[in-house]
Write a protein that binds this ligand. Structure first.
Ligand SMILES: Nc1ncnc2c1ncn2[C@@H]1O[C@H](COP(=O)(O)OP(=O)(O)OP(=O)(O)O)[C@@H](O)[C@H]1O
Ligand SMILES: C[C@@](O)(CCO)CC(=O)[O-]
Length: 459
């Protein structure tokens, strides 16, 4: 197969979007080859791609959530060594590890990003820049048109809700669309073709995740690409993971509480690896136990008579959530703030709680008991949680995966003929999460149907 033709400059702006996620069962164990269940949430990242005239030779990242604004000269980037075999990578390749030579060649261009910021902020900027550059240099070429990538997200960063995976998916789909390596999405697309497109996006999103996390399992980018919920297992990192879509996943009411304690997924994953090194037998038993919890939950959800409205079945699911959290505590990835949230929620007796994602801070998720979904009790709990500085999110589980808005025009009742063109400034000026949702959100309200214009690959 030959490399794809570049898109022409000055094409209209377009947008892509991908959801965040919760890991319902199996985080950390999944890094060690065990099974996990993850579901997409309604919080999402949105990436706007706009084109500059032919006289420009630059590519810019405008990521205001992290205050990153950086421009590279396309011709200064290290194309030569990676544009021809054996180093050239194609959109259809399965890349399962980073090429150390490319990582090294990128370094000067990553290090020029925000060099004067304190270390933590610099790392956040440089991680995002590295994820972009790796994909750009792998999929693009020196003939790339000058463009600006503007990203905004409603997903809190470093909270265990897959913010990095959702931006990895956005970058992957945007670049693959630009090299015309994707067909669709269109409504009558055959299921297998849609699945193939999602897999292609997911493979490159995994590469971007590797640039941010080092050793990700791939579960976050997989559920962000596919949407809904997935059963995920990756035993051999040289092969694609085993992914089963869980269409029957129950739409349970979910309470998400953010500790606002920032942490890095890479560090939490490394903690578990160190524990396994120091205590191999015990750690493996804990990881196996988590696997058994996940498999039990899957058997329960998958059984033909399962109903989220059956209190005894919901109780079993809830107990598995509680056990999973206990095992994560034993792995050393909880945090006093997560334990405080759990204590407050347990005291109110409203549901079953576990940390979700990497832990060490981030978010706790609670599946609510059916008999206590009372407004007064919930309001008092919410007040207590907020009084201690925690942040609450209402989210809908199991929404759409990666989406495309091409061109970036929406029918927003703006009165503009043919729809409202979403330009970079409008997108940057949208106020807060609500403003982003109102301007470009994939659903007309959070739980509503997909807004006209946005298209999704739906296998
Ligand atoms: N809105 C955003 N804008 C730019 N970069 C982002 C954004 N959100 C996430 N990132 C990138 O992803 C990194 C966060 O990854 P991290 O794994 O620590 O958090 P997370 O993905 O939210 O959590 P988890 O992996 O546990 O679900 C940031 O350091 C940054 O590089
Ligand atoms: C902690 C972890 O299992 C989930 C992070 O959301 C890491 C991973 O799977 O890459």
């Amino acid at each position: 197969m030959s490399p794809r033709r570049m898109s022409t400059p000055l094409m209209p702006a377009f947008m892509v979007s991908a959801p965040g996620k919760v890991i319902v069962f199996g985080e950390h164990a999944v890094v060690h080859g065990k099974t996990a269940i993850a579901a997409a949430i309604s919080l999402r990242s949105y990436l706007h791609v706009s084109f500059l005239s032919k006289s420009h030779r630059t590519v810019s990242l405008r990521f205001p959530d992290i205050e990153l604004d950086h421009t590279w000269n396309i011709d200064d980037l290290p194309w030569a060594a990676f544009s021809a075999p054996p180093k050239k990578r194609f959109y259809y390749d399965l890349v399962t590890s980073l090429d150390p030579d490319l990582v090294e060649a990128m370094q000067p261009h990553v290090h020029e990003v925000s060099p004067h910021l304190p270390e933590h902020a610099r790392k956040v900027h440089q991680n995002s820049a590295a994820a972009f550059l790796y994909l750009f240099l792998s999929l693009g070429s020196q003939k790339w048109p000058a463009c600006v990538y503007t990203l905004r997200s409603t997903i809190p960063i470093g909270a265990g809700l897959g913010s990095s995976a959702s931006i990895a998916v956005c970058l992957s789909v945007a670049l693959l669309l630009q090299i015309r390596a994707l067909s669709g999405p269109h409504p009558d697309q055959p299921s297998e073709e849609a699945a193939l497109q999602i897999e292609r996006i997911n493979r490159w999103a995994f590469v971007a995740e590797m640039c941010i996390h080092g050793n990700p399992s791939g579960v976050d980018n997989t559920v962000s690409s596919c949407g809904k919920a997935v059963l995920f297992r990756r035993i051999d990192y040289r092969k694609p993971p085993k992914v089963t879509s869980l269409w029957q996943f129950p739409e349970l009411p979910l309470l998400l509480v953010n500790t606002r304690q920032s942490r890095s997924t890479a560090i939490e994953v490394a903690k578990v690896a160190a524990l396994k090194e120091d205590h191999p037998v015990v750690t493996n038993l804990l990881l196996d136990a988590i696997n058994e919890v996940t498999e039990s939950a899957h058997r329960l959800i998958d059984s033909p008579d399962f109903s989220k409205d059956n209190p005894s079945q919901l109780k079993v699911l809830g107990e598995l959530i509680t056990i999973n959290h206990g095992l994560l505590v034993s792995l050393g990835v909880s945090h006093p703030k997560l334990e405080r949230i759990r204590a407050l929620i347990d005291h109110a007796g409203i549901g079953w709680t576990k940390l979700t994602g990497a832990g060490g801070g981030g978010c706790a998720m609670t599946i609510l008991k059916p008999d206590v979904r009372q407004v007064a009790l919930m309001e008092s709990l919410e007040r207590n949680l907020e009084a201690e500085g925690f942040e609450l999110f209402e989210t809908t589980l199991a929404g759409d995966g990666v989406g495309v808005l091409w061109p970036a025009v929406l029918h927003n009742h703006s009165g503009e003929e043919g729809g409202e063109e979403i330009d970079q400034e409008k997108f940057l000026n949208a106020q807060g999460n609500d403003g982003i949702e109102r301007l470009v959100g994939v659903t007309s309200d959070v739980a509503g149907p997909a807004r006209e214009g946005w298209r999704f690959w739906r296998p």
